[in-house]
Design a protein around this ligand. Structure first.
Ligand code: PLP
Length: 406
């Protein structure tokens, strides 16, 4: 068999469907984010404005974070030197886990190498350990939760997105004696809408299920201490397990879970994705701790981001552009066709120096291809206005509809 030709053919199919992923090569400029250098395929380099980053608060260039990282490198060197079990647990890991527990007002925290591995490891472990467990999973849950649930091998029921009646119908239909986990997100990253966290906690209590909440797009951004949307809604203590990341609003990399002592210890003890991998470098953890602690005290970044998001949505609303009107900071602008989506983002990048990655199937359903736009605390109102002016122009000139309907 000609393996190479086979694989090339598979990739070519993606190209004809218009959903072949082309990565933009960037160099973020510390102190100037959301500006970055773009390394174009033709070898040229120019400055662009990033409009699709998850560094929502600009913490990736925050002075306290950078200082903490540099200090940790000077003190301990580059890597952790091992897995968590074999010489790779440093005081930076322990301190960050204590910070996470304090942030979410839980007994314990556990740091993973990413939010993806945290979800995969925690959900596969919990569902595998609980005999006869049933998982209730929101239809729009992130791939990392879906993988975790799949690997756990427990029975799975998918409830319609944010549909409490459907969730209750499924819960009521199952044996009350069987262990149950409800897995959902606070902010849905591709829709920009939010979950009725309190009402789901009510159902979890009523049907004696564990509640597992992915706060990846909530932490840092919501709540008076940045502990997430559950904190903002006053229901954080009613959620059993909170999962988060240092890779988005906290500006670094790494993930975690927080919850009761025994639950977290079970994940620590049984999750393969936690134990059989080299632990994160101390400098990353020092930066993450500085970022979490800074945002527990400081509200300036959140206020600035909210101002930008408000202004952005008001401009889109006034222009009548088809964005999804969720309650969160994420603004999906629907294009509805993969090829057209790519064409619009190419135009934004090459003509207007605006970088936004097209979001296509399988990340979102076919026919709902979109631009996922994120106004950060580091954008200026002028940045927002420039983007809106350009979007209005592209839509008015029919670049979008013309291709979407072809
Ligand atoms: C990005 C994301 C993750 C994974 O977090 P990483 O730290 O980037 O691995 C998990 N859940 C959701 C909802 C996400 O959007």
């Amino acid at each position: 068999m000609d393996y190479e030709a086979f694989f090339q053919e598979r990739v070519d199919t993606l190209k004809t469907e218009g959903r072949y992923r082309v990565f933009a090569t960037l160099e973020r400029i510390a102190g100037k984010f959301p500006k970055a250098l773009y390394y174009a395929p033709d070898g040229s380099v120019r400055e662009v404005t990033i409009w699709c980053s998850n560094d929502y608060l600009g913490m990736g260039q925050n002075a306290h974070v950078l200082e903490a990282m540099k200090a940790a490198v000077d003190r301990t060197g580059a890597g952790a030197g091992g897995t968590r079990n074999i010489s790779g647990t440093t005081r930076y890991h322990v301190e960050l886990e204590q910070t996470i527990a304090r942030l979410h007002n839980k007994e314990s925290g556990l740091v993973f190498t990413s939010g993806y591995t945290a979800n995969e490891g925690a959900l596969s472990t919990l569902t595998r350990l609980l005999p006869g467990c049933i998982v209730y999973s929101d239809a729009l849950n992130h791939a990392s939760m879906i993988e975790g649930i799949r690997h756990g091998g427990a029975e799975k029921r998918i409830f319609r997105h944010n549909d409490l009646a459907h969730l209750e119908e499924l819960l009521a239909g199952d044996d009350p004696a069987r262990p149950k986990i409800i897995a959902f997100e606070s902010v849905y990253s591709m829709e920009g809408d939010i979950a009725p966290i309190g009402a789901i906690a009510d159902l979890a209590e009523k049907y004696e299920a564990l509640s597992y909440l992915d706060e990846v797009h909530g932490v840092g951004l919501y709540g008076p201490r940045g502990a997430g949307l559950a904190e903002e809604m006053g229901v954080m203590d009613r959620i059993d397990i909170i999962e988060g990341t240092f890779g988005k609003a906290y500006g670094l990399v790494g993930g975690y879970v927080a919850g009761r002592k025994g639950t977290i210890d079970a994940i620590r003890s049984f999750a393969a994705g936690f134990i059989f991998t080299t632990s994160l470098p101390p400098a990353v953890l020092a930066g993450a701790k500085a970022s979490v602690e800074h945002l527990m005290m400081s509200d300036i970044e959140r206020q600035r981001q909210r101002r930008n998001v408000r202004h952005f949505k008001a401009r889109l609303e006034a222009a009548g552009l088809p964005y999804l009107k969720g309650e969160s900071h994420i603004v999906p602008l629907i294009v509805g066709d993969a090829t057209c989506c790519k064409m619009v983002t190419d135009m934004l990048l090459n003509k207007y120096n605006i970088y936004v990655q097209p979001i296509n199937y399988p990340t979102v359903p076919k026919g709902t291809e979109r631009l996922r736009l994120t106004a950060s605390a580091a954008h200026t109102l002028a940045d927002v206005d420039y983007l809106c002016d350009v979007l209005e122009k592209l839509w008015a000139e029919n670049h979008v509809y013309q291709y979407a309907r072809a």
